[in-house]
Write a protein that binds this ligand. Structure first.
Ligand SMILES: *[C@@H]1O[C@H](CO)[C@@H](O)[C@H](O)[C@H]1NC(C)=O
Ligand SMILES: *[C@@H]1O[C@H](CO)[C@@H](O)[C@H](O)[C@H]1NC(C)=O
Ligand SMILES: *[C@@H]1O[C@H](CO)[C@@H](O)[C@H](O)[C@H]1NC(C)=O
Ligand SMILES: *[C@@H]1O[C@H](CO)[C@@H](O)[C@H](O)[C@H]1NC(C)=O
Ligand SMILES: *[C@@H]1O[C@H](CO)[C@@H](O)[C@H](O)[C@H]1NC(C)=O
Ligand SMILES: *[C@@H]1O[C@H](CO)[C@@H](O)[C@H](O)[C@H]1NC(C)=O
Ligand SMILES: *[C@@H]1O[C@H](CO)[C@@H](O)[C@H](O)[C@H]1NC(C)=O
Length: 371
């Protein structure tokens, strides 16, 4: 650990002197969902399914994890209380990008080996390089409330399927904060994930095997108020990372939620999987939503690249200042050498990712771009 920290500081100095980015002459291009061809969309969906066919590598520590897809959900459940409303919330997406890239490599190999089961993948050249590299620009789907459920992301064939059947949750005592304008709540019944099994959750420490359907509970009302272009523009106007991050993470209430919260509760309402603070990565759309959050951070950085490439701050402790919604807590502000631990999602010799390694999506350990 000490050695790695020392090496990181040396690297940091070198990077600041302007020498050092790794070669990234041919970055993978991450595209918006509707910019993909139909076969690219199906390739992505198959990549997700591939992770759901792969055996879990963490099932020995997380009881309920049955497949590789579940390992992401389990790791998120295990870390939920430490990774939200902290300064490194956005840098985490870089590590997710690293692990997802690796997952797509594994699945590429799997598709090659298991041709009969995933035969179509063999014919899709994009599968190896493009899997996971997609995002959802929700601003395109919230001009009116009626637009939201019609998003191509929810297409029954070339998307993730639609809303769940309506459930009236008004009198449910176990919902701490109702999302106004909810329109669904039950299992999704269309699309390629209609029969998927969400294996863990809901809530904290929910690692035991609890197979359930995937639920959604669209709130077009919340989506139009949190995912629109002016909410994004307001974040992009932030003068420094400290303020930018506050505008992205928002508060914990309905009134103070911004676009991070919007992608969760706009899709998940009261009872959708993606609303669950802990088990939300059980919803495949989670990854497209977070890729867009990552894209907007990159966009903000490139408005003033020389200084924003190195601008990071915020507490190392969840719910500490300025996210002290529940009172003050001791904390330190993070810096570029802060180390994120991706636990079982990356191999043991690479699971520690310094923030400095993910400040530039075309440097350090990352090599992708957004179209
Ligand atoms: C949901 O239930 C509440 C309480 O019973 C009721 O007042 C409300 O009208 C119901 N909403 C809908 C949309 O059915
Ligand atoms: C929440 O309460 C409702 C109504 O009592 C119940 O049907 C539902 O299963 C509960 N959900 C959880 C996660 O406990
Ligand atoms: C889901 O399962 C049901 C019942 O087994 C089946 O009729 C339906 O075709 C399946 N849907 C998908 C999208 O796989
Ligand atoms: C965008 O969101 C803001 C903040 O919720 C809201 O005031 C504004 O009316 C929204 N704009 C549109 C076009 O929905
Ligand atoms: C963390 O940074 C913020 C913003 O610069 C500052 O207001 C706060 O005092 C710092 N906290 C600590 C513990 O250094
Ligand atoms: C779960 O998180 C805790 C706290 O960060 C960590 O000590 C533990 O090793 C994690 N479990 C696994 C299986 O990675
Ligand atoms: C990617 O996955 C393979 C197979 O699980 C593993 O051997 C390799 O170390 C991983 N690479 C990284 C960067 O984690």
């Amino acid at each position: 650990m000490y050695l790695r920290a020392a090496v990181t500081s040396v690297l940091l100095v070198v990077v600041q002197l302007g020498f050092a980015d790794c070669d990234c002459s041919n970055p993978v291009v991450r595209k918006e969902w509707r910019a993909l061809s139909n076969s690219e969309k199906l390739a992505y969906i198959d990549a997700v399914k591939c992770l759901q066919f792969q055996p879990s590598q963490l099932g020995h520590v997380y009881d309920g994890a049955r497949c590789r897809f579940d390992d992401f959900q389990a790791t998120h459940i295990n870390n939920t209380d430490y990774i939200h409303w902290v300064g490194f919330f956005q840098p985490l997406s870089g590590g997710i990008a690293l692990s997802c890239l690796n997952m797509s490599q594994i699945c590429g190999a799997y598709a090659a080996m298991r041709g009969p089961n995933l035969k179509s993948d063999l014919n899709r050249k994009s599968f190896f390089n493009d899997a996971w590299h997609r995002y959802w620009d929700w601003t395109l789907d919230v001009n009116t409330e009626a637009d939201f459920p019609k998003s191509p992301v929810f297409d029954p064939v070339y998307g993730f399927g639609g809303n769940g059947a309506y459930i009236n949750t008004t009198l449910w005592a176990n919902i701490s904060q109702h999302v106004p304008g909810k329109t669904g709540g039950g299992c999704i019944s269309t699309g390629p994930f209609a029969n998927m099994s969400v294996n863990m959750g809901p809530g904290a420490n929910s690692f035991s095997y609890n197979p359930r359907c995937l639920t959604r509970d669209f709130s077009p009302w919340f989506a139009t108020r949190t995912l629109n272009a002016s909410v994004v523009a307001s974040a992009l106007r932030a003068p420094d990372f400290y303020e930018f991050d506050r505008r992205v993470e928002g508060g914990v209430t309905i009134d103070t939620g911004t676009y991070h919260s919007g992608g969760h509760k706009g899709v998940g309402g009261d009872t959708g999987e993606i609303t669950d603070l802990y088990s939300s990565p059980g919803e495949p759309v989670f990854y497209l939503h977070h890729a867009n959050i990552d894209r907007l951070w990159d966009l903000w950085q490139r408005l003033d690249w020389p200084s924003r490439k190195y601008d990071i701050s915020g507490p190392d402790t969840a719910y500490a200042y300025p996210f002290n919604f529940y009172g003050d807590k001791p904390y330190r502000n993070i810096t570029l050498d802060y180390q994120m631990d991706f636990q079982g999602l990356l191999s043991t010799d690479s699971q520690i990712v310094a923030i400095d390694d993910v400040m530039d999506i075309q440097g350090g350990r990352l090599c992708y771009t957004y179209a």
